[in-house]
Design a protein around this ligand. Sequence first.
Ligand code: NAG
Ligand code: NAG
Ligand code: NAG
Length: 284
Amino acid sequence: MLFKTCVVVILLSDFSTAKDWCYFGCEKSLPHWGKYYPKCNGHKQSPINIDTQKVVKNQELASVDLINFSLPHTMKMLKNNGHTVECELKAGAVGVQGGGLKHKYTVLQFHFHWGGKDLVNHPGSEHSLNGHRSPLEMHIVSRRSDLNDSTAAKLQDGFAVLGFFIESNEKDMSQVWESFTDYLQKIPRKGDKVRIMEPFSMHQLLKGVDLSKYYRYNGSLTTPPCDEAVVWTIFKDPIRISKDQLLRFPTQISFDNVYRPQQPLNNRVVYSSTTLNRRSHRNN
Ligand SMILES: *[C@@H]1O[C@H](CO)[C@@H](O)[C@H](O)[C@H]1NC(C)=O
Ligand SMILES: *[C@@H]1O[C@H](CO)[C@@H](O)[C@H](O)[C@H]1NC(C)=O
Ligand SMILES: *[C@@H]1O[C@H](CO)[C@@H](O)[C@H](O)[C@H]1NC(C)=O
């Protein structure tokens, strides 16, 4: 009994450091992040708006190599952590390299940011393109394969996050997203988790996105402690799922409006990949 008690205490204290923040309705809510987590006041914070008239085309930014994204059974568990729903991947199963990244990265998890119950009028993407925000945004989080969380957090390129806008499409319904978002009803509350049984691959979730068209900038984690340790890759094309599937996020999960407001660009440059025409605009 005594032994068990000790283990619980150690685990709790280990996770308490940056876990008691929130977006709204607690002491460490959004307006106060900077007070409790000083890095959130930095000058290279995320998310940002991307002004496509100001991005600089960079010849080094070819397609990102998504390693094992076609492999089935790489998703392990979907968890509600009180801030988002996060899908944990099997350790070391999926990776990211190339596309101007100077290191190899291992994908750890992906998670979502969403807005209010009516996602159309209250979109919840964190990034935006020319001021346009999408209903949802998905972040695939990877860490330099040669580092652990604490060493990666100290370097500007410790983490690489792939960001995808998610928009609604009433025409052809994605069966994979239907099955994937079906899991949300099983994890409405903080601490709930469910094992993923289907053989989904990462690529199945990214259908319809031209992976050679993206924006690149140096930024931060969008949640406390806001370490400026992220190389961001934001894809131009949105993933399209049905409105019903979109609405499962704010309605089946017990919280909504889980996104950070946009941060000043300051003196940073946003680059675009080689195949992106600087003057092209989203026409949807
Ligand atoms: C890709 O999958 C293969 C087969 O499971 C594995 O051996 C390899 O380590 C994986 N590569 C990466 C970069 O995760
Ligand atoms: C991370 O790696 C560093 C350097 O290799 C090591 O000193 C540290 O103990 C590691 N931290 C964890 C939490 O594993
Ligand atoms: C990010 O920062 C690193 C180190 O300061 C720099 O070498 C790199 O060019 C920057 N990348 C972008 C996309 O601004």
